[in-house]
Write a protein that binds this ligand. Sequence first.
Ligand code: NAD
Length: 255
Amino acid sequence: MTDTVRYDFNDKHAVVTGGAAGIGQACVQRFVNAGARVSIWDRDPQALQVAQALHGAKVHTVQVDVSDEASVAQALASSINYCGHIDMLVNSAGITGPNVTVVDYPLSEWDRVFAINVRGTLLACQAVVPVMKLAGQGHGAGRIVNIASVAGKEGNPNASAYSASKAAVIGLTKSLGKELALTGITVNCITPAAVRTGMFDQMTQQHIDFMLSKIPMNRFGSVDEIANLVMWLSSDACSFSTGAAFDISGGRATY
Ligand SMILES: NC(=O)c1ccc[n+]([C@@H]2O[C@H](COP(=O)([O-])OP(=O)(O)OC[C@H]3O[C@@H](n4cnc5c(N)ncnc54)[C@H](O)[C@@H]3O)[C@@H](O)[C@H]2O)c1
């Protein structure tokens, strides 16, 4: 897809977690199109190789488990080595967990979903914010965009860990946004309804059908539509919004 709106991210460096697939991958492409250098933090080595071959020196790929503190610290050091400042962070790494009821939800799966979706988002923010603050003194304001979900607002049946984890990401975004409000760094999240990506492989068909049935536009979103909103939130044009949750749900969200 050609970019519908042109951004100028020349001289900027974006870190995109989960950037080797799906929504993160679409964001990486858009950042590259707009002149940014991009560090892709992902746990999938094959997908990272493909991204490196596709983008060459415009991207720096790092194999990382975002739920692991030491792994994130290593990724940060590697990305700073690639480009001394970080201007944008998109937290897209995430998993759905199994589609089972609350009563039957395996604790180990609950913990895994929270480790990646919540702890992973927290660790990436903890790593990058101090670097953004330093860069802000000479390089311009920082932008953080967390990919939450409409599930975090509504609570999908048979997806309790995912829904609760995304509600936590919304809360984390609101706290961090307020904490950084005077720094020039904005922190926002988006709450998409279902978008067809590899993530659908982790869900039952029944759950996918349920999610479609909830969208008034009667279609799934596309990764490019999601990337459009992420680009605006990552740009200087977004200057008076922080600690906010932005809807992108085909009419599903009611608040
Ligand atoms: N697809 C949807 O319907 C949808 C809707 C709303 C929100 N979201 C959210 O958008 C984000 C991206 O989802 P997607 O649909 O692009 O999924 P995806 O499965 O296509 O991509 C997720 C990427 O995250 C990476 N990842 C997973 N665990 C990781 C870890 N521990 N460390 C580092 N990387 C890890 C994967 O390797 C993959 O490249 C997720 O946070 C998801 O919850 C997706």
